[in-house]
Design a protein around this ligand. Structure first.
Ligand code: TYM
Length: 357
């Protein structure tokens, strides 16, 4: 029986035949953290083997809250260096800075005109952040943040009739933004003709929500109340070990997975399992009867073994900023080639008159 054609296997793996992957990360901290790494970045690295990849440092998103310009510049470079240090290969993947490709902001405007006010008001991340900051401290940019994210994704749409998927590796907290993106793509297609492929969220099982080491009920997040709950990728080994040894565990001494009664241990088991590639039941068996101390000590070593080489490579990349800038310029060029074409189609479909020559 002849095999059904598989659009992802044809054309001998050329980039043009592969599905696309697009994702972004904010340069709003001095380092990425373990939640970013397990929830998203590890998948970015893996997916470049099988996808045509576009990965951006989203500096436009970073200014939706008050910021310091010099710090933003520095963090954008450090963010890009970490992506490369983790294994994103600039020869295969476009690694770029969002503001280098102005079409992101342009498409965001068009999509914002298709978004209902009520629809945007229902975004839970906006509701949480604006509740913390109060109305006067909340920018309109923060309100329209998810629409800019939708533009980031949809700019890299494959041609709708090419049979290629568009995948977006993210943690659980981005699910609602991805749903909005699909809704906007559908709405645009319905009003103006098939233009966008609907993107698929790619959310890892098990590591989609890594929680704070001190408050296991809350997401690990750069805006956490205490740095003790966050493991930074660029953290020095000493403090990193200490944070893991001091992670909140629960009463008792059994290393067992129980989301309700043992949220702290459960989070550590998830981290261990994801980093080492060992199943949770196998870890439970390994640590049966040995108590929390040995378990945490070994976990700290696994985290260190993962992050030490990344830290060293990041620092090396930051030693030669000109080289880093060149890599980012190359990434922006590759991203622009796609973004410019998508925007030409969008302008034409929406009814904008072309500029005469
Ligand atoms: P950001 O910069 O907050 O986080 C980057 C990625 O890390 C994931 N993440 C986590 N995953 C598991 N556990 C955690 N504790 C944890 N904390 C963060 C996030 O889900 C995310 O995937 N809005 C996005 C940035 C963005 C974007 C895009 C993403 C802008 N445009 C286009 C995808 C596509 C954000 O704030 O990520």
């Amino acid at each position: 029986m002849p095999e059904a054609p598989n659009p992802e296997a044809s054309d001998a793996g050329t980039a043009a035949a592969q599905p696309r992957v697009l994702s972004g990360i904010q340069p709003t901290a001095d380092s990425f953290h373990l939640g970013n790494y397990l929830g998203a970045l590890r998948q970015w690295v893996a997916m470049q083997d099988t996808h045509e990849a576009f990965y951006c440092v989203v500096d436009l998103h970073a200014i939706t809250v008050e910021h310091d310009p010099a710090l933003l510049r520095r963090r954008t470079k450090v963010a890009a260096a970490q992506l490369l240090a983790m294994g994103i290969d600039p020869d295969r993947s476009a690694v770029f800075v969002q503001s280098h490709v102005p079409e992101h902001a342009e498409l965001a405007w068009v999509l914002s005109c298709l978004t209902g006010f009520g629809e945007a008001s229902r975004m839970t991340q906006f509701k949480d952040k604006s509740a913390k900051q109060g109305t006067s401290g909340t920018s309109v940019g923060l309100f329209t943040y998810p629409i800019l994210q939708a533009a980031d994704i949809l700019l890299y749409t494959p041609e709708p009739d090419a049979g290629r998927a568009l995948r977006v590796p993210v943690g659980e907290d981005q699910r609602q933004h991805l749903e909005l993106t699909r809704t906007l793509a559908q709405r645009f297609n319905h009003r103006f003709g098939e233009t966008f492929v609907l993107p698929d969220a790619h959310i890892p099982e098990g590591a989609a929500k890594i929680t704070d080491l001190q408050e296991p009920g809350a997401k690990m997040s750069k805006s956490a109340s205490s740095p003790q709950g966050i493991i930074d990728v660029l953290e020095e080994p000493g403090p990193m070990r200490k944070k893991i040894m001091r992670a909140v565990t629960d009463t008792g001494s059994e290393v067992v997975y129980d989301e309700e009664k043992k949220a702290g241990v459960t989070n550590l088991l998830r981290i261990y399992s994801a980093l080492e590639g060992t199943s949770v039941p196998d870890l439970e068996a390994r640590y049966a009867g040995s108590g929390y101390g040995q378990f945490k000590k070994d976990l700290a070593q696994v985290v260190l073994d993962t992050f030490t080489p990344i830290r060293e490579r990041t620092l090396k990349l930051l030693d030669d900023e000109e080289h880093l800038d060149r890599l980012l310029a190359r990434g922006a060029e590759r991203a622009s080639a796609v973004a410019v074409r998508t925007m030409e189609t969008v302008r034409e479909r929406v009814g904008f008159v072309g500029r005469g020559r």
